[in-house]
Design a binder for this molecule. Structure first.
Ligand code: F6R
Length: 663
């Protein structure tokens, strides 16, 4: 069942003409099981202007589709009343609903919901409404004290709840405050001011997180947004303004953006906007130019964003080091760290934190920084680090690694680290992200928008940056100029070498085809390539849904070897390096137990694998510091081709979202 709701502006809800279909909606939600729905990783788009809002709202949602969602909805003010369409399922289903029952108007909000708990159904889809049905609200985040707020509203006589969601409680609270303040006749500007006030007053009572956008049928050229913990950006157009949870939703319409901070509330009309604090004080915000264009977020000729992004890596790897190599002094130039030489020299310990793929990059970073700079380095899951009372000394430097710059756990770790007084830097791709803005400095990846849910190009950019960090710190300590220069040469050779790896695409595709019926995959590597085994397994799990595990090769004999069987291939990352012969022993152990072997190797080592491995992928030779960048790419391709072969939704794998803004 999809939902179409029309709220009549002039009548109280009790007197509203409600069609039979609408009635069944109210009844359905009245009987819905109470559950606080948590909306996160969701998409928000809002529009106020002179154009038709519906196509813009739908288009914006489609541009956020890659983030993952399970239901979608929109509300538009049409001739003084709210028209709503919402349904569980894909945006295509919402678009179909809109085609069947078109909505016209130049003010509206839309939303894609990604449920983390609570039912996925039409009723829980956003927008939600206030008691009068004149206010429509979309929300990302969690209102933690929604029960208490709701009880108070009920005590005050509000019995008109149509769902059990936390979002609806916020809509009711704002609506009530607004209605109370408009008890006497108010003119149009007065209504705007009172709605703006009502939003701030309500949000001051909220415990929890939110990114919201709302419209009210009383004020048909006015939209309000606010954020705390969930990103929200204002797109500034000519005669129109936009709200979005991610700038990529609106970049086709404007590249002028104002990134809101926590506790900002913005009111936007067609030609102007105002931002205040929750207390109502006006705040100044710069209008920034969005770095990328709508073209950058198109798939081009590639069947999937993921494949496009894998193939972008020769360029993104180059962009990550562009302007950052100092040939003369055989070191790296990273001005964004905002640290002068004596401070950099004083760093006695480094902590690298992040989640998922970013954490795996950190694990490579640990090897890199220890080897190049001899600084004790530790890697920790952001989710663990933030709750752990790890002893830190004053010379500790913390790096939060995050493509999106919005991952809740990584942001939590950054805030915890700063609270304790440690200098905390970011390694981010999204320049306007919360992590980028809240850190003491950092390094941008410059990889361009990454749309595929599975991280690919951001990972190799992170590895380049971590190599640059190792080089910079190393050259301030005991790394010789000659060694520094070798690292620079190795980095500069990478774009071409990545091209050469991409030339192996057909071979890897054929391997994927051959092993499409495998029951899962094991990944093994040592030293710099142990984290690549973890990353290879993560890619495989995420998009093929097959069982996959990554381990240090030597761990095989400590238990994993019990898993070896003929339908479980082992992927060995065994380039020509100081641990090749050790890897070879492990490969023999698998061979002896009839496990199929796919080996990634380089240089002369291929000949040692001829009689043992079922498949051999020969990569360009490179210094072991940078080899992980070359070994990661074929594993991305392997996971991609297998997923495509299995008919998986490669760019939007089930249950996953691009940016995880819940803990
Ligand atoms: C894996 C993947 C996730 C992210 C993780 C952190 O392909 O995409 O594991 O790496 O959620 O995301 P960011 O880097 O945005 O903090």
């Amino acid at each position: 069942m999809a939902i179409t709701i029309t709220f009549l502006q002039q009548l109280p809800l009790a007197a509203t003409r409600v069609t039979r279909r609408q009635q069944s909606f109210y009844l359905a939600i009245a009987g819905d099981t109470p559950a606080a729905t948590v909306q996160n990783m969701c998409g928000i788009v809002g529009y106020v202007g002179r154009a038709q809002a519906t196509p813009i709202l739908l288009d914006g949602l489609r541009r956020l589709e890659y983030r993952g969602y399970d239901s979608a909805g929109l509300a538009v003010v049409q001739r003084g009343r709210l028209e709503t369409r919402k349904c569980a399922g894909r945006i295509a289903a919402l678009a179909k609903l809109v085609r069947k029952e078109p909505v016209s108007g130049s003010l509206g909000v839309s939303h894609t919901r990604w449920a983390t708990h609570g039912k996925v159904n039409d009723q829980n889809a956003h927008p939600h409404f206030d008691a009068s049905g004149k206010l429509a609200l979309v929300h990302n985040g969690v209102i933690e004290n929604y029960q208490a707020l709701k009880e108070e509203l009920i005590r005050d006589g509000d019995t008109n709840f149509r769902s059990e969601t936390d979002t609806e409680v916020l809509a009711h609270l704002i609506g009530k405050l607004y209605d109370d303040s408009c008890a006497s006749t108010v003119d149009a500007p007065g209504k705007k001011a009172r709605l703006f006030d009502a939003v701030r007053t309500a949000l001051r009572q909220v415990i929890g997180t939110y990114g919201i956008a709302l419209v009210h049928a009383d004020v048909p050229d006015f939209m309000i947004g606010a954020r705390r913990g969930s990103p929200l950006v204002l797109g500034v157009g000519k005669g129109e303004n936009f709200l979005a949870s991610d700038v990529s939703a609106i970049v086709a319409y404007t590249r002028d953006a104002v990134y809101l901070n926590d506790f900002d509330v913005v009111a936007a009309g067609t030609d102007k906007f105002e931002i205040t604090s929750l207390a109502g004080d006006s705040t100044e915000h710069p209008v920034s130019k969005v770095e990328f264009t709508a073209e950058d977020v198109r798939k081009g000729d590639f069947p999937h964003y993921m494949l496009k992004e894998i193939f972008e890596q020769p360029n993104t790897v180059r962009d990550a080091m562009r302007g950052r190599l100092n040939h003369e002094e055989c070191t790296a130039r990273l001005g964004g760290l905002n640290m002068v030489a004596p401070q950099l020299r004083d760093v006695g310990r480094i902590v690298l934190t992040g989640c998922g793929t970013a954490l795996h990059a950190g694990r490579v970073g640990e090897y890199l920084i220890e080897r190049l700079a001899n600084i004790p380095t530790e890697v920790d899951y952001a989710s663990e680090f933030r709750h752990r009372n790890t002893p830190m000394t004053s010379e500790t430097l913390v790096f939060a690694i995050s493509q999106s710059g919005e991952t809740a756990d990584t942001l939590g770790a950054l805030r915890e680290s700063r609270r304790k007084g440690f200098r905390t830097l970011g390694i981010c791709n999204n320049v306007a992200s919360t992590i980028a803005r809240e850190s003491d400095g950092g390094v941008y990846m410059h990889a361009g928008p990454e749309i595929g849910v599975a991280a690919t190009k951001s990972f190799t950019s992170q590895l380049v940056i971590l190599t640059l960090l190792g080089l910079l710190f190393g050259r301030m300590r005991n790394l010789s100029a000659a060694e520094g220069s070798r690292v620079i040469e190795a980095l500069e050779a990478l774009p071409q070498q990545v091209e050469a790896v991409l030339d192996l695409n057909d071979q890897i595709k054929a391997i994927a085809k051959k092993y499409a019926n495998a029951n899962g995959f094991l990944f093994f590597g040592r030293q710099f390539n142990y984290p690549i085994a973890l990353e290879g397994a993560l890619k495989m799990k995420e998009i093929t849904y097959l069982f996959a595990e990554g381990h240090p090769s030597a761990e095989l004999k400590h238990g994993i070897i019990a898993l070896i069987r003929s339908d479980l291939p082992s992927v060995f990352i065994a380039p020509d390096d100081s641990v090749f012969s050790k890897n070879l022993n492990n490969i023999e152990q698998v061979k002896a137990r009839k496990g199929p072997i796919i080996a990634l190797t380089s240089g002369n080592c291929a000949k040692h694998l001829k009689e043992i491995a079922n498949e051999i992928v020969v990569l360009p030779e490179a210094l072991d510091y940078v080899m992980p960048i070359l070994t990661a790419v074929p594993l991305q391709l392997l996971a991609y081709h297998l997923a495509a072969q299995l008919g998986r939704d490669v760019d939007k794998p089930r249950n996953l979202a691009k940016s995880v803004t819940v803990e």
